[in-house]
Design a protein around this ligand. Sequence first.
Ligand SMILES: Nc1ncnc2c1ncn2[C@@H]1O[C@H](COP(=O)(O)OP(=O)(O)OP(=O)(O)O)[C@@H](O)[C@H]1O
Ligand SMILES: [Mg+2]
Length: 378
Amino acid sequence: MFKYGSPVKGIDFIDRTKHIPIFKSYLDNNQHVMIKAPRRFGKTSLVKHIFEYQEAYEFIYIDIKRATNLTVLSNQILDKAYGFVGVDNFIRQAKNSIIALARTIRTIKLESIGELTLELMQNDFDELEFFLHSLDTVDKIAKKKDINIKFILDEFQDIINLGNDDILDKLRSVIQHHENITYLFLGSIESIMTKIFQTKTSPFFHFAAIMELDGLDIDELMDYVEQTFDRENIKYDKNSVRNILSFTKGHPDYSIKLLSYLYLRTGRTNEFIDEDLCLIAIGEVVLATRPYLDELIAKTKLKKNLFEVLSATANKTPMNLPSSTLYNANVALEEMGLIKNKSRGEYEIVDIFLEVLLRQDNDENLALRDVVNLDYKK
Ligand SMILES: Nc1ncnc2c1ncn2[C@@H]1O[C@H](COP(=O)(O)OP(=O)(O)OP(=O)(O)O)[C@@H](O)[C@H]1O
Ligand SMILES: [Mg+2]
């Protein structure tokens, strides 16, 4: 119930009734898909819900952000791939006893691909070649088992940090031949995902169907709130609750945190949830999110002008910088996932709480009520 802190699935998973049928029809047709949405918009929850909870498909899930290099990534992929044919801990086994593993591989009749993996591992392999081999292995195993494996690459944009400039070219040229894999690319830095999948000169142009995840649907969120609050006898003013959800634009992480705050607090105090309490909830949740927001801000302070431009964007104040300097700062902030281009030369802050914080810090007299009211009424 209003669970946060890690991706959600099953009974904690709300809404997405518009996205799920589209997503599933792509999957059923083995259509590669790219999903882009800002940080904490529920990308991982969506795939965990479909793959782990509904168990509708055979899949491999890899989080690229967690891999420190291509070899680590390839090892994870190989472990999962060989798991499909009953060989567990392939990499550990290979390190312990190549001979025993070679024997196992013979029994499952995967000789050519299995032997190639072993051969690559014993020699001084090229990282990229080994990575591409790991993907080929998944396809071969899927073919052998006559299944289609959905291959989820979470935080895909981070792949460019793991290889040279040609990694995307090489990757595309290998995976386009995979007939038994449907690739799902998830990414939170929208500008980089757009560059990879929607720029004509990119090797991934037109490779995947594009899905954008926006906030949770406010009506569906409200249905869930009503059910839960009514069941628990929590008294609330519907409009006030709806207003704060509109203010977050259904941002999944923030909406759930606000609802959780209200739920837990009133469960304890029996207070009536009115506009004031909703504003307190926003203040408290912004405060609780502060370490994360401060980290975002700290990153902008490492480079000249970025923080000033970010702050000016939040406060809608003009910046006195040469246009090329301003342009570069905007591109850098966009690539950090902090701002988004609204129209030509006009940017907005992606994270609504970061915007609240930047506006308040800049104007001590600006009450939270003003910030919130200004926004949900606009
Ligand atoms: N469909 C949903 N129903 C209920 N809560 C959700 C839903 N989607 C996301 N959330 C909430 O938002 C939080 C963040 O979701 P999740 O980790 O899936 O996002 P993400 O886009 O993968 O984020 P990141 O970019 O940080 O990896 C979850 O912990 C959960 O509280
Ligand atoms: Mg995620």
